[in-house]
Design a protein around this ligand. Structure first.
Ligand code: HEM
Length: 404
């Protein structure tokens, strides 16, 4: 959904232009804004402009006040307004209360601590097998070998989708949010919708022990006067896949890059199993794969002396908040022992990531497998980054891994 801008904003760093995110120059711009202009008005080549909020406390304030800052008119820059209208108050991430609570209860029923504990050994197995493949080949492209299949395989397995479909489902999910061409995005999303409609039909006939069957049962139980339609359900299955795939992939791959850039931290991690938990948060803080989120102001309000008018769009920038020196000591240091660590990579407030526990378990399993099995990690060519102001991380990561 990152539409290329037809006209560039001149005279300033254009945060709406995905191309500016191909390298890490955006971090310096976000640092500058956070320190000098924390609630900044950003012009737009093809629109009225939007607000840019960069301090940790202000980002939390926007995230927390969902009656003043609405999600149901879109939650990212560059979204297609027709596509947003089609899913508003039906797909969890693009909904406002009271509808949000109903959908969250339904989707949340698949991510309870109990359900997640039951997945623990599958997570270990999937991560272990992927790391074996990477280690066997010695030199590999880490995104396609490990980081991309990891979340896709897990969520597809949890959904009970046939193994033969996993790769295609993963590719369609990426294309549906990341393809530069709007028609391609539309085609990929349509294909995913049709695919899940067929899966729903099949699971109604033949329920199983999988996430889709249990969410269908939960939807029937919660029916009441406003039952969930199959279209609502399909939207949320696709929403779960979108939420899971890119973000987890970029966290794992971006974490590996950070470890190669900070060899002393990598050595400390190899020596000390006690660092795994804090390492998960520090990798999330550092990579900040969900770069911004968007809200729309519902009635005039003030923030840092600026009047935000009803209808204005407000963007909050995780990458800036995660490096706010008011909250993080020496934020420019990658420190796997950092504690406390109030990173905002999963968002905050009502829409805080419903899959956070699953994501943490995957990242922890990855860190654990890496530290116990891998001796040396070396970059084996240039790293390419996803040029996106929405989900960002390595898209090409050639590495040489040697067994411990
Ligand atoms: C490192 C991995 C992940 C990161 C960084 C991440 C980040 C986020 C963020 C920032 C939000 C809030 C967006 C907003 O407020 O507008 C969110 C919401 C959400 N995430 Fe994640 N996510 C991750 C993994 C996952 C996984 C594994 C799943 C599911 C399997 C998932 C599913 C969702 C869903 C369905 C929502 C919408 C929640 C709501 O609106 O109430 N995410 N995620």
């Amino acid at each position: 959904m990152d539409a290329p801008q037809t006209g560039a904003v001149t005279g300033r760093f254009d945060l709406a232009d995905p191309a500016r995110f191909a390298d890490d120059g955006y971090l310096a711009e976000l640092d500058r804004l956070r320190e000098d202009d924390p609630v900044s008005r950003h012009p737009e080549a093809d629109g009225p402009g939007f607000w840019v909020v960069t301090r940790h406390a202000d980002v939390c304030q926007v995230y927390s006040n969902d009656s003043l800052f609405s999600s149901n008119r879109g939650m990212r820059l560059g979204g297609d307004p027709d596509a947003v209208r089609a899913v508003a108050d039906r797909m969890l991430i693009v909904s406002d209360p009271p509808r949000h609570q109903r959908i969250r209860r339904l989707v949340g029923s698949a991510f309870t601590p109990r359900a997640m504990r039951a997945l623990e050994s599958s997570i270990r197995t999937v991560v272990g097998e992927l790391m074996d493949t990477a280690l066997e080949s010695g030199s590999c492209e880490f995104v396609s070998t490990v980081a991309r299949p990891l979340p896709t395989d897990l969520v597809c397995a949890y959904m009970g989708l046939p193994r033969a479909d996993w790769r295609t489902v993963g590719e369609l999910t990426t294309e549906g949010i990341d393809s530069e061409d709007e028609d391609d995005r539309f085609a990929a999303n349509t294909e995913l919708f049709l695919y899940f409609s067929r899966v729903i039909e099949q699971r109604r006939r033949q329920p199983g022990e999988d996430m889709i069957s249990s969410m269908l049962a939960a939807a029937d139980e919660a029916a009441g006067p406003e039952p969930f339609s199959d279209v609502d359900l399909v939207m949320n299955f696709v929403g779960i896949l979108i939420g899971a795939n890119e973000t987890t992939r970029y966290t794992v791959a971006g974490g590996l890059v950070a470890l190669t850039e900070h060899p002393a931290q990598w050595q400390a991690l190899q020596r000390d199993a006690g660092l795994v938990d804090t390492a998960v948060d520090e990798i999330l803080r550092w990579v900040a794969p969900a770069v911004h989120a968007l809200r729309t102001v519902t009635s005039d309000t003030e923030l840092h002396g600026h009047t935000l008018a009803a209808g204005d769009r407000v963007t909050v920038w995780t990458a800036a908040a995660n490096r706010d020196p008011r909250v993080f000591e020496q934020p420019e240091r990658f420190d796997l022992a950092r504690t406390p660590n109030r990173q905002l990579s999963f968002g905050y407030g009502r829409h805080v990531c419903v899959g956070a526990r699953l994501a943490r378990m995957q990242i922890a399993a990855f860190v654990e497998e890496l530290r116990t099995r891998v001796g040396a990690i070396e970059l084996d060519g240039p790293v390419a980054w996803n040029p996106s102001n929405f989900t960002r991380g390595p898209i090409r990561l050639p590495v040489r891994l040697s067994a411990r």
